[in-house]
Design a protein around this ligand. Structure first.
Ligand code: SF4
Ligand code: SF4
Length: 709
């Protein structure tokens, strides 16, 4: 089709008259775009380092899955389908756009490989692609302007809406498609004139429809339309190219890189400073992010890449209950800051503190580090590392919330946030009735074991949660684990201390526990606390492999070591609440469900938000000790979801979740109608034991738990 341009008798010959103009536009457009991108790169060059060149195959895999494959988009059906159609159209049209640009200065140009039949097939595909993209733009504009999905709204506290900008950009793309189609249609209509070679236009496509309207016009008018279509295409193309880096559509350029350089390891936190080992942290002058330039270059790329789609905030529990945090605006505010402080002309104005200007301290403390935002983002924008880095900055400046000071002090002095004496750490295992069925040994030089049961602070010291510890110990005994605990030698895992931003305290706790674990000589670790599980798995180094108790139970069920008796009340309806640090951060979704489904007579339903879309209980990141500003408790929203699913028993597998959910059941007015139970407690209750649990002190108790022997 494009070779027709060289013919002086058809409308495309008009293009020849504009060669000089088109060349000028190309040079100007490319130069402007190059300048703008160079300016946008300035803060990234000044940013903190962030090594992301490792594991290229894994990174390419992410590009294929999340960028080319648009993996996360269908999670929102309407918007996702529109985006996939637009993205596919763009990919198909990319080569055509490039070809059309070159044709303006070199009329004979045909893209290598796209002549003859292949070229015709490609033209048909792109005619349809342009049509689909145009229709999608019309739909997207209508959605934004008329239907106004709630997740696009911008509450006044987070700044001004970008709706007009979004609609303007969508309209520009629609104009680009029309210009491209007009150029093609005028050319095709001219070729229908007698004596010309008739080009094929894909039936029912936009160029085809336009051609029908244009075909009766004189050749000179068609030539003018061909020229106008080309010029409009050219101007719109370069305007879009240069305008996108000023708004939400910059992601068109940055998304490929953002996905390639995205974080590969779930559950891990970035170090305080890349390239500085923990041993040398005392030489670091300032911890965390205090100014924009303290962010890493990748985190700045995240800001540029955010498409302002609102999916992160739509899934954020803090945002859902009216806390002053909406992750989308962590990105948008930082991006606006970058645009303002790194202007296109003039000097950059850097080094301004972020807390108190674009972010508030409440906003940053409101995060539970649940990971729902990151799970949802189609562009793999990261939030937890940034929020923890901002917290590290505040902790470094001594700006710690009042309610957090006591638990932090207690963690420092006693190794647990309650300030309890170390010697009381194993009191949960010393309850008389429990000791009659199970004796838990404390590991020392004389008492060794294969497996360490790492209990962690909340289960050790909270009266209600100690029952999870006892159930876990009995289950370990039942499946024949030779296990013990560290007792007074165990300090808090430090998981939430670290996510709170207290890195130095975390390192002290970690080093203490690491030494104790190594000295115990165990070869594996089991815990019933997903926070401890995540810490031992991702934050600790050189410790034996760790499992969550749900994984041990599931294996016991599969191997036949664990059998269940039927539930007593067949009318109860159970639902499983995925703890964030077991599910989203470590992908343990099936084991707890398999265990529940193995209990005869147990009816289980899923909540609308489950598995990787699970809704946090509100307890992560030391939130148990923080009093956030909120309209409603996060846990209350969660138990309402369970009620909506028709459940009256919520099963979880995390002591933090248990505290929040039991509390929320009371606050939500479900007391007496709904209960919560930990998976380990339920399993201990339903397990079939070969002989009755030993209950008299007269019976000789072995070192390990005897339950089930
Ligand atoms: S980690 Fe959870 S609480 Fe924090 S911003 Fe993301 S979704 Fe919100
Ligand atoms: S961070 Fe991701 S999910 Fe959130 S608004 Fe930006 S692009 Fe959308």
């Amino acid at each position: 089709m494009l070779e027709g341009i060289q013919s002086g008798a058809n409308p495309t010959s008009w293009l020849a008259q504009g060669q000089a103009l088109f060349l000028f536009l190309h040079v100007l457009g490319v130069a402007c775009f190059g300048y703008i991108v160079a300016k946008r790169l300035v803060p990234l060059i000044r940013a903190e380092r962030d090594p992301r060149l490792d594991r290229p195959w894994a990174r390419l895999g992410k590009v294929f899955r999340f960028w080319l494959g648009q993996w996360k988009h269908p999670r929102y059906k309407t918007a996702g389908t529109l985006h996939i159609l637009i993205f596919t159209g763009f990919i198909l049209l990319a080569m055509r756009a490039f070809t059309v640009l070159i044709v303006g200065v070199s009329p004979n140009f045909v893209m290598p490989g796209l002549s003859g039949e292949t070229g015709h097939l490609y033209e048909v595909a792109t005619d349809y692609a342009a049509t689909v993209v145009f229709l999608c733009m019309v739909l997207a504009i209508t959605r934004r302007a008329v239907f106004k999905p709630a997740r696009y709204e911008v509450p006044a506290k987070f700044g001004k809406a970008h709706k007009a900008d979004a609609i303007f950009l969508l309209a520009l793309i629609a104009i680009l498609m029309v210009a491209d189609s007009l150029f093609e249609a005028a050319k095709a209509a001219g070729q229908v004139q007698p004596g010309q070679h008739i080009e094929f236009a894909a039936a029912l496509s936009l160029p085809w429809l336009l051609k029908i309207f244009l075909v009766s016009l004189p050749l000179s008018v068609l030539g003018g339309l061909c020229f106008a279509g080309y010029l409009l295409h050219e101007l719109t193309f370069y305007f879009l190219l240069c305008y996108r880096p000023f708004g939400i559509q910059f992601h068109v350029e940055t998304s490929l890189f953002n996905v390639y350089f995205s974080k590969l390891d779930r559950g891990k936190l970035k170090p305080v400073k890349w390239g500085v080992s923990d041993e040398h942290l005392d030489q670091v002058k300032s911890f965390g992010v205090k100014t924009f330039e303290d962010f890493t270059w990748k985190h700045m790329l995240d800001f540029y890449s955010c498409a302002d789609c609102g999916r992160c905030s739509d899934n954020c529990p803090a945002n859902a209950v009216g806390r002053p945090l909406s992750p989308r605006f962590i990105s948008i505010k930082a991006r606006d800051y970058a645009f303002q402080h790194y202007p296109m002309f003039g000097r950059s104005d850097n080094g301004q503190p972020l807390i108190g200007s674009i972010y508030s301290d409440d906003e940053i403390w409101s995060c539970t580090t649940c990971g729902a935002c990151e799970e949802e983002c189609p562009l793999l924008v990261e939030y937890i590392d940034k929020i923890v880095d901002l917290r590290r900055g505040m902790v470094d400046d001594g700006a710690v919330p009042q309610s957090m000071q006591k638990p932090l002090k207690a963690l420092n002095s006693r190794g647990n946030p309650y300030g309890k004496m170390e010697k009381k750490k194993a009191d949960w295992a010393n309850a008389k009735d429990f000791q009659q069925v199970c004796q838990v040994k404390t590991l020392d030089k004389k008492n060794g074991a294969d497996t360490l049961y790492f209990v962690d602070s909340i289960t050790s010291f909270d009266d209600r949660l100690q029952s999870i510890g006892r159930a876990t110990a009995k289950i370990l005994g039942h499946v024949g684990e030779n296990f013990g605990i560290l007792g007074a030698a165990e300090k808090d895992s430090g998981h939430d201390v670290r996510r709170f931003g207290e890195e130095t305290l975390f390192l002290a706790l970690r080093d203490h526990n690491t030494d104790a674990i190594k000295a115990s000589g165990v070869t594996r670790i089991v815990t019933a606390d997903p926070h401890a599980y995540n810490a031992l798995k991702h934050d600790y180094k050189d410790v034996p492999p760790v499992e969550h108790i749900s994984q041990v139970i599931a294996r016991g069920v599969r191997s036949g070591k664990i059998e269940f008796r039927p539930v007593e009340n067949g009318n109860d309806v159970y639902t499983y609440h995925d703890p964030c640090y077991l599910g989203r951060h470590n992908q343990v979704y099936d084991d707890p469900r398999d265990v529940l489904d193995a209990i005869p007579g147990l009816k289980r339903v899923e909540m609308a938000r489950s598995r990787d879309r699970s809704f946090c209980c509100g307890g992560g990141g030391l939130m148990l000790f923080y009093e956030p500003k909120e309209d409603q408790r996060i846990g209350v929203k969660r138990v309402q979801m369970a009620a909506e699913a028709g459940a009256n028993v919520i099963v979880t597998a995390c002591p933090f979740c248990m505290v929040n959910i039991e509390d929320a059941i009371k606050v939500a007015g479900f007391e007496g109608k709904m209960t919560a139970i930990d998976l380990a407690e339920l399993v201990d209750q339903q397990i079939v034991r070969e002989r009755p649990v030993v209950t008299t002190e007269a019976v000789e108790i072995p070192q390990e738990c005897v339950a089930g022997r």
